[in-house]
Ligand binder design. Structure first.
Ligand SMILES: Nc1ncnc2c1ncn2[C@@H]1O[C@H](COP(=O)(O)OP(=O)(O)OP(=O)(O)O)[C@@H](O)[C@H]1O
Ligand SMILES: [Mg+2]
Length: 239
């Protein structure tokens, strides 16, 4: 269970989360809704341990253990994953080496070049990712769809437990959206939890959610079952 205990978060001297309580149970899926600037990405980045987001009060617990003092890579090792709203480029780091590093961290030993090739090649084939991408700098010059596929590749490799999807449905054409949503659906199982952040709702046809949280100006103003999402959808799109 991942528990957000009354957190207050400050970034660049601005309080962006003002006492947020949430619970994410493994095996269930969640949806996080809210208008632009309500604090959704800040929440996901805070859970991930982004250094700009300072928890000034409250705590984040994973199975009762505080994550507050853990570095982002330790949190990743604990099974937390964020599919970014804007996926960063990292110049000078080849995709292959990046993946080999995160996979080695997961399994707890340095995986050799050849051993990792055997792990990664079937996966990139399965996901129809161009092999040449492995030797390019991470995400540099990759299209939106290609970056998403690289994230899906990471999900396949790491098999994290708590997966934040921060607007993974934005900026994709209809076919790419369907492919991403279908791949996410295939990844969703009894041993993980998706926390879906969206403005479009169609992704909820693929990932069934058990509980919905609505953020407004850094606070939860509404929560409940999927009917909450449906009423918000009506309000936003028809109201
Ligand atoms: N690194 C940062 N530096 C300065 N301000 C920030 C930073 N990150 C977030 N904020 C501010 O915090 C507030 C919440 O931003 P956040 O990105 O969490 O919203 P959001 O709900 O994800 O919005 P959107 O739906 O547009 O993605 C905004 O006012 C934003 O400007
Ligand atoms: Mg956001």
């Amino acid at each position: 269970m991942l528990t957000i205990k009354d957190i207050h978060v400050t970034v660049e001297e601005k309080e962006v989360l003002k006492g947020v309580k949430m619970e994410f149970e493994l095996w269930k899926n969640y949806c996080l809704l809210g208008k632009n600037g309500s604090g959704k990405s800040s929440l996901a980045l805070t859970v991930m341990g982004h250094p700009s987001y300072e928890v000034t009060d409250g705590d984040i617990l994973l199975d009762g253990q505080s994550l507050k003092e853990m570095e982002p890579n330790e949190r990743a090792q604990q099974g937390i994953f964020l599919a970014f709203q804007s996926i960063p480029e990292i110049k000078g780091v080849k995709l292959f080496e990046f993946l080999r590093t995160i996979y080695s961290a997961k399994v707890g030993e340095q995986i050799t070049f050849l051993a990792f090739k055997k792990v990664i090649e079937p996966l990139i084939e399965e996901l129809h990712i161009d092999r040449d991408f492995l030797w390019r700098d991470l995400n540099v010059g990759f299209s939106g769809w290609e970056r998403r596929k690289i994230e899906i590749l990471q999900l396949r490799l790491l098999e994290p437990k708590y997966i934040f999807l921060d607007e993974v449905d934005s900026g994709l054409d209809v076919d790419a959206f369907r492919s991403v949503a279908t791949l996410m659906k295939e990844l969703n199982n009894q041993n993980n939890t998706f926390i879906v952040i969206t403005h479009y709702f169609s992704i909820l046809d693929y990932i069934p959610v058990d509980h919905v949280y609505v953020l407004e100006n850094g606070k939860i103003t509404q929560e409940g079952d999927v009917s909450v999402a449906m009423s918000i959808k009506e309000k936003w799109f028809e109201g």
